[in-house]
Ligand binder design. Structure first.
Ligand SMILES: [Cu+2]
Length: 152
């Protein structure tokens, strides 16, 4: 939705990455959300759901949260966490709509952990594709993430 904003966010991320951190307060004036990784696996033809992994850093000094997620490729998208019982059996649980993003913190998504569950995909994800996923941050606003389909 706002590609121009993405360019700005990327530059902000680079600035922070190069800073030595010895300028007190300099980071507090910089605000932004940086997507550090966004990927999903190719989906078998018979599967209609897919786990998306979108990890973000909060470059700002104020907490934020993801309050809505969606994609045109999915009927619905639900934040899930994978847990294992005492026998090592995996199960997935919905974690509600709000994903907290602490000030200067991160949301990390990965296999066997937090992920976005794309339910009812319109067609199998093929390696090399990208899947556009909409994230709505309470403070930062809407962000469109290009999720890469990779055979990791
Ligand atoms: Cu799931």
């Amino acid at each position: 939705m706002t590609p121009a904003r993405w360019a700005i966010v990327t530059l902000v991320g680079l600035t922070i990455g190069c800073s030595s951190g010895d300028e007190p307060g300099s980071d507090a004036s910089v605000e932004g959300i940086e997507v550090v990784d966004a990927w999903t696996r190719p989906s078998p033809a018979t599967v209609t759901d897919a786990a998306l992994y979108v990890s973000v850093d909060n470059l700002g000094g104020a907490a934020d949260e993801i309050v809505a997620v969606g994609s045109e490729r999915c009927v619905t998208v639900v934040p899930h966490v994978t847990d294992f019982d005492d026998d090592g059996i995996a199960s997935m649980t919905a974690v509600g709509d709000a994903l907290k993003l602490p000030a200067a913190g991160s949301i990390v998504m990965e296999p066997n952990g937090l992920h976005l569950m794309c339910l009812g995909i319109d067609a199998p994800f093929a390696e090399g594709d990208t899947v556009a996923v909409d994230l709505e941050f309470a403070e930062f606003g809407p962000v469109v993430v290009s999720v890469a389909v990779e055979n990791r």
